[in-house]
Design a protein around this ligand. Structure first.
Ligand SMILES: Nc1ncnc2c1ncn2[C@@H]1O[C@H](COP(=O)(O)OP(=O)(O)O)[C@@H](O)[C@H]1O
Ligand SMILES: [Mg+2]
Length: 256
């Protein structure tokens, strides 16, 4: 008999490790997420969990990815330049596989987040340290695909910079710009993508706060709790910070 063990760092009491698998709540999009993860595995991408279906309690079963997962406040080891390089490389690797899936979509799929045009890649939607496994000081595996949806690659890149730098209102602007540029250089983002980075990120954070509000209104307890804890205001502060410094950021991250 395998031991069931709670995994922390996500929704409390909902995610468990059972043997070498992870059991987590499923939702209307889970079947489409599993098709995507199966496709990636068929293509040889072993850095995402392998899906094993949905159990009688409506929970999804996935392979357990080895490594450590961190959350905020991030330890020093997660704030280094080499971690920026490694997280950017892993996102690029993911998009190289995920872009091939776009042509396979039937558009009958259900996603948690709205599909966004242009659908260049399948966006992870929440590519952050708390959804990435670290092995030997490198970003190694990607987990938690609930927010998967078709969209522009900058959608994922801008949000990744927000989470990995991190590019929030508490940081040092010059240092944030330097690290954001390192992320963009490593990924190989063109000048058009760079000049759109701040606007895309602001739009991404606004859509996140809109989503939190509407989910809370519809009775989602997790999001009601987020709002009670003041998380909405934190995002709003970051949006204001990015808007205020947009010009300096764009100049600093340009590849010209
Ligand atoms: N496939 C997996 N392999 C290894 N660890 C996992 C896996 N899925 C989840 N975890 C662990 O469980 C924690 C919470 O899971 P996650 O799916 O991110 O929850 P939530 O959807 O609530 O954010 C993660 O931070 C990670 O430590
Ligand atoms: Mg998570």
């Amino acid at each position: 008999m395998n031991n069931k063990e709670e995994l922390t760092g996500g929704r409390i009491g909902k995610i468990h490790k059972l043997g070498e698998t992870v059991v987590r709540p499923s939702n209307i999009w889970t079947k489409d997420v599993h098709s995507f993860l199966n496709y990636l595995h068929e293509e040889g991408a072993d850095f995402v969990p392998k899906p094993y279906g949905i159990n009688e309690k409506n929970e999804e079963i996935l392979s357990f990815m080895t490594g450590d997962v961190y959350n905020y406040p991030l330890p020093e080891a997660l704030l280094t330049d080499s971690m920026i390089v490694s997280s950017s490389k892993l996102l690029l690797k993911f998009h190289k596989y995920s872009e091939r899936y776009v042509s396979k979509l039937t558009n009958d799929e259900q996603w948690m987040l709205p599909a966004t045009n242009p659908a260049e890649v399948m966006c992870h939607g929440d590519y952050a340290p708390y959804n990435v496994t670290i092995v030997n000081n490198e970003a190694a595996g990607i987990i938690d695909f609930d927010t998967l949806h078709p969209g522009p690659r900058m959608w994922d890149i801008a949000y990744a910079i927000y989470r990995w730098v991190p590019f929030d209102s508490h940081g040092n602007l010059k240092e944030q710009i330097r690290k954001a540029k390192l992320f963009l250089d490593t990924y190989g983002v063109d000048s058009e993508g760079r000049s759109s980075m701040v606007k895309v990120l602001v739009k991404r954070l606004q859509s996140l706060t809109d989503f939190m509000r509407s989910e809370a209104r519809n009775g989602n307890k997790d999001f009601q709790l987020h709002i009670e804890k003041g998380h909405l205001q934190l995002y709003q502060n970051d949006i204001d910070y990015l808007k205020t410094n947009e010009h300096e950021i764009i100049q600093g991250i340009s590849n010209g």
